[in-house]
Design a protein around this ligand. Structure first.
Ligand code: AMP
Length: 173
């Protein structure tokens, strides 16, 4: 499937979750077997040559794409979770969203020292979430091998927050 065909399966939802935000809903793409498979293949095409050991994604949509990508590449998957969800000792990072603030945690032993990690998310908006995940990887002395998105909202300039990292997105707006 082409990028244009995948893009046709992304729905714009105006004023969600708050007024003025145009939410990019990827559920029709995820719910379509051919499109989901093609998306994971295209993510893997970029990620594979960067030789990751681990894919790191945040709940909830980062789990869907990250889990499938890790499986496709034979990598481990590390979940970044909201506070209070992981049962053992964690490290955390706080970030500003396009709407509100939040923090993400990973288990302190989730990323072995020197492990190559690709950070994935569904949407790059302001880049706050992605830079928090990058910070978590580096706190644990992992190596950020790439930062990958299905969608990039280029008009929000989130890439600037990820300056110096290898950043890629499949679909741009
Ligand atoms: P940011 O930290 O601003 O780059 O926001 C990225 C996170 O917020 C991603 O995990 C997205 O799931 C979510 N997000 C932010 N803006 C949007 C949007 N317009 N449509 C869909 N998801 C969004």
């Amino acid at each position: 499937m082409t990028i244009e065909e995948l893009k046709a399966l992304v729905r714009d939802v105006p004023d969600f979750p708050t007024e003025g935000i145009v939410f990019k809903d990827l559920m029709p793409l995820i719910g379509n077997g051919e499109a989901f498979h093609a998306t994971i293949e295209q993510l893997a095409e970029w990620a594979g040559p960067r030789s990751p050991d681990i894919i790191l994604g945040a709940e909830a949509r980062g789990f869907i794409f990250g889990g499938a990508l890790a499986f496709e590449l034979g990598c481990g998957f590390v979940p970044a979770r909201k506070p209070g969800k992981l049962p053992r000792e964690t490290v955390g990072a706080t970030y500003a969203l396009e709407y509100g603030t939040d923090s993400l945690h990973v288990h302190r032993d989730a990323v072995p020292q020197g492990a190559r990690v690709i950070v994935i998310d569904d949407v790059l908006a302001t880049g706050g979430t992605a830079s928090a995940k990058v910070e978590l990887v580096e706190d644990l002395e992992g190596v950020v091998a790439g930062v990958l998105f299905v969608i990039e909202l280029t008009f929000l300039g989130g890439r600037r927050r990820l300056d110096g990292y290898d950043v890629h997105s499949l679909i741009q707006y």
